[in-house]
Design a protein around this ligand. Structure first.
Ligand code: HEC
Length: 170
């Protein structure tokens, strides 16, 4: 019994201690000209969908829920955001190389068609982030148009380069 009490006390102290280890917030001022809308014509409504449903994990400006202040929940959110941004960052999209932009448009179509995004664990709490069928179709259609327009602007060879994701620092 004595040991149980000691163990509970140690766990309690540890839980309090980790509250002071806060991950940095994802709130940078995006560099001007590097957002997706600087390189591609994004209709207002499509941008609205991205902002509402994707920006928390795929941009420089996350809107944090209150429980982000509680560790280890904050760490968990932070790792999703870091991972999401590494894969796709709408605030840096214009600075990607064309081959990467092209690949990301294809990934967006794929992820939406397979209902992979937004992440299920996120939708569970952020119900408003769910895409209605017509919104999904709108984004897929628009991404398809961007893929087509890139095919007319760039040679297929330059768009079919090795996926730069595999290279460090990209
Ligand atoms: C809760 C965070 C979160 C939200 C919200 C979210 N994503 Fe993601 N997304 C991730 C993470 C984490 C990954 C990388 C790991 C994976 O694929 O599961 C990812 C990966 C992706 C990829 C794959 C990129 C690649 O390199 O393969 C695409 C495309 C994508 N997301 C699009 C979207 C779109 C479009 C939305 C909005 C409709 C969205 N995501 C909303 C977290 C999120």
């Amino acid at each position: 019994m004595k040991y149980v009490k000691i163990l509970v006390a140690i766990l309690g102290v540890a839980l309090i201690a980790v509250q002071f280890l806060r991950p940095a917030k994802n709130r940078a001022q995006p560099a001007p000209g590097s957002g997706i809308e600087s390189a591609f014509p994004v209709p207002g409504h499509v941008m609205q969908i991205f902002r509402r449903s994707c920006f928390d994990c795929h941009s420089d400006s996350t809107v944090y829920p209150w429980y982000a202040e509680i560790q280890p929940l904050g760490w968990w959110l932070s790792s999703h955001i870091e991972d999401g941004k590494r894969h796709l960052d709408f605030d840096r999209f214009a600075s990607y190389r064309p081959v990467r932009q092209y690949g990301k448009f294809k990934d967006i179509v794929e992820q939406l068609q397979q209902d992979e995004m937004p992440l299920g664990s996120y939708l569970f709490i952020h119900r408003y982030a769910r895409l209605a069928t017509d919104e999904k179709e709108e984004v897929i259609h628009w991404s398809g148009a961007m893929i087509d327009s890139m095919r007319t602007r760039f040679t297929i060879d330059s768009l079919a380069g090795k996926r730069p994701d595999a290279l460090p620092g990209r």
